[in-house]
Design a protein around this ligand. Structure first.
Ligand code: FES
Length: 278
């Protein structure tokens, strides 16, 4: 599983987002919008789920975008074109239900923008009217802006510092749009607080809202149970039942708690990593 190319999309104040193209013809052939792969960098490494941002069937490659956050994603960030991943499995998870809904708003925050791109493309091809709202700390974190602007009928950006678009949150724009006109679907991917806020806003207007969850995963085949989430009071597995769920049915408090389970250990490993790599 050779890395064919690697680009840095954003590198600001210690936050780095990178894009890699990986040779994987079988996955490229079958990948659909909304699906993901699990990669391993080494035989003893952890398994990391990453959304398939694009698939080039002709060249047999898939595109993955990741933020260097934890131990493994930082190691991945040190790999270059020509290096090989130890393992990659996919495509995993249910594909997004693509049909002509009518008017769709896609909300992407941070590295979640990478996840809305394939869905926006597929929904556009299905004849939907596409409105895109992107949010980031600064303009440099609005990755794939040009690509998403090109396939959107309406396009908005928000930044924390006002360096692009509205100074504020994606949900400010979302609320404003929903106040003024009727939309048929909202699709939101980003940090959990952003998806939760999107969900609260759309609940007021009773608009169907889908989010794609990035939970902790291990086997990603429904065996270990570590990706479980509560949906309408029922336990479901994000890897095989998701990763997309109805935002209005998610137990957000539980999800936040579960995603923090390994935070302390991760910090400890990152400290060790710093010592080993510097
Ligand atoms: S990752 Fe193990 S059940 Fe989903």
């Amino acid at each position: 599983m050779k890395i064919l190319s690697r680009y840095t999309l954003a590198d600001v104040a210690g936050t780095k987002i990178s894009k890699i193209d990986v040779y994987s013809p079988d996955i490229a052939k079958k990948a659909q919008a909304g699906q993901f792969v699990v990669i391993m960098i080494s035989a003893k490494g952890e398994r990391v789920p990453l959304t398939i941002v694009d698939a080039d069937k002709k060249n047999g490659s898939i595109t993955l975008i990741f933020q260097e956050l934890g131990f493994t994603s930082k190691l991945l960030g040190k790999m270059s074109a020509g290096d090989s991943l130890y393992a990659i499995v996919g495509p995993l998870g249910h594909a997004t239900e693509i049909k002509n809904y009518g008017k769709v708003i896609l909300v992407g925050g941070g590295v979640g923008i990478a996840e809305i791109y394939p869905v926006a493309k597929a929904l556009r091809e299905a004849g939907n009217h596409i409105t895109t709202i992107l949010g980031g700390r600064t303009t440099k974190f609005l990755i794939l802006s040009d690509e998403l602007r090109a396939i959107s009928d309406d396009f908005y950006t928000t930044t924390d510092d006002g360096s692009a678009g509205l100074k504020g949150f994606t949900t400010d724009v979302l609320d404003d749009l929903l106040k003024k006109q009727k939309y048929d679907l909202v699709y939101s991917v980003g940090p959990i607080p952003m998806m939760r806020s999107s969900s609260s806003v759309t609940a007021k207007y009773q608009i169907k809202t889908i989010v794609s969850l990035n939970t902790i995963m291990l086997d990603a085949t429904g065996m270990c149970g570590c990706c479980r989430v509560s949906i309408a009071g029922k336990t479901m597995f994000s890897c095989v039942d998701g990763p997309e769920f109805d935002a209005h049915q998610i137990d957000w408090d539980e999800l936040i708690k579960r995603n923090r389970i390994y935070e302390d250990k991760e910090k400890h490993i990152c400290e060790l990593n710093k010592i080993l790599w510097t």
